[in-house]
Design a protein around this ligand. Structure first.
Ligand code: UDP
Ligand code: MN
Length: 255
């Protein structure tokens, strides 16, 4: 049977959350043998996410862990200032270590809730031996970033920012065989690592080198995942509604 794709998705409460989760879940409904591990950045499971998941037909695991306040992004922070989703991804990895067997065929992918995924990327990653890699569109202030492949091997990185990082790619640009997650129980992300080094730190802890990387998506020439970011919605007319018409939107209507 097909190896299982384990998707690790950190998610946090904001106006756009349900819209993002709806879009992602509808993509995943088209993917066979997938298990969605969704980890809320919160100190408890929220009703919104709980109800949302209960209504999907996906195979899922619902976890939560809050980001410590000193690392938590505020609304005003530029998005690059603080790491995002770190403890949540680690909770997903630990769940896999405790709930799957090392002999079980699986692949692990870190799928943020706001990216855009072609169905093709899931089939590209499914038979990953160690680590598969591919381009990511709309990231790093470039049209795409990608591994540079020579004679079937990754030799360098096409990226503007710090191309000398050991693995200079976005979280959306690789997937790992489940066996490695079991083999390296200490491999995890950290809020303390230098900005932009989460991916490199994790893969280095798994004793990987460029030679281990399996270039997918037609030798890394096709963009099958996009680092899209959703414009922040503003609701400045809500209070004006109250002032002008005496009533605002119904808080019982979930958005
Ligand atoms: N995220 C989170 N807590 C936060 C901010 C983000 O769990 O305080 C999640 C978010 O839902 C997403 C992932 O972490 O799945 C990456 O965050 P974001 O998309 O904002 O990062 P960027 O696209 O800017 O790298
Ligand atoms: Mn994002």
């Amino acid at each position: 049977s097909l190896p299982v794709i384990y998707l690790i998705t950190p998610t946090h409460a904001r106006l756009e959350q349900k819209a993002e989760l709806t879009r992602l879940s509808h993509t995943l409904l088209h993917v066979p043998n997938i298990h969605w591990i969704i980890i809320e950045d919160s100190s408890e499971k929220t009703a919104l996410v709980q109800n949302f998941l209960n209504r999907t037909n996906l195979s899922f695991t619902h976890l939560y862990v809050p980001t410590p306040p000193e690392y938590k992004m505020s609304q005003e922070d530029p998005n690059w200032l603080k790491p995002r989703g770190v403890l949540q991804r680690n909770a997903g990895l630990d769940w896999l270590r405790n709930n799957t067997s090392p002999s079980h065929a699986g692949v692990v992918y870190f799928a943020d809730d706001d990216n855009t995924y072609s169905l093709k990327i899931f089939e590209e990653m499914r038979y990953t031996k160690k680590v598969s890699v591919w381009p990511v569109g709309l990231v790093g202030y470039l049209r795409y970033e990608r591994p540079i492949v020579n004679n079937g091997k990754v030799t360098a990185w096409y990226t503007y920012w710090k191309p000398n990082r050991p693995f200079a790619m976005d979280m959306a640009g690789f997937a790992i065989n489940l066996k490695l997650v079991h083999k390296y129980p200490e491999a995890k992300f950290s809020n303390a690592v230098q900005r932009g080094f989460q991916e490199s730190t994790m893969l280095t802890k798994m004793q990987l080198t460029l030679d281990d990387l399996e270039p997918k998506a037609n030798m890394c020439t096709e963009v099958l995942v996009w680092h899209t970011r959703t414009e922040k919605s503003r609701t400045k007319n809500e209070e004006k509604m109250v002032k002008l018409y005496g009533t605002g939107s119904d808080p019982n209507i979930e958005v």
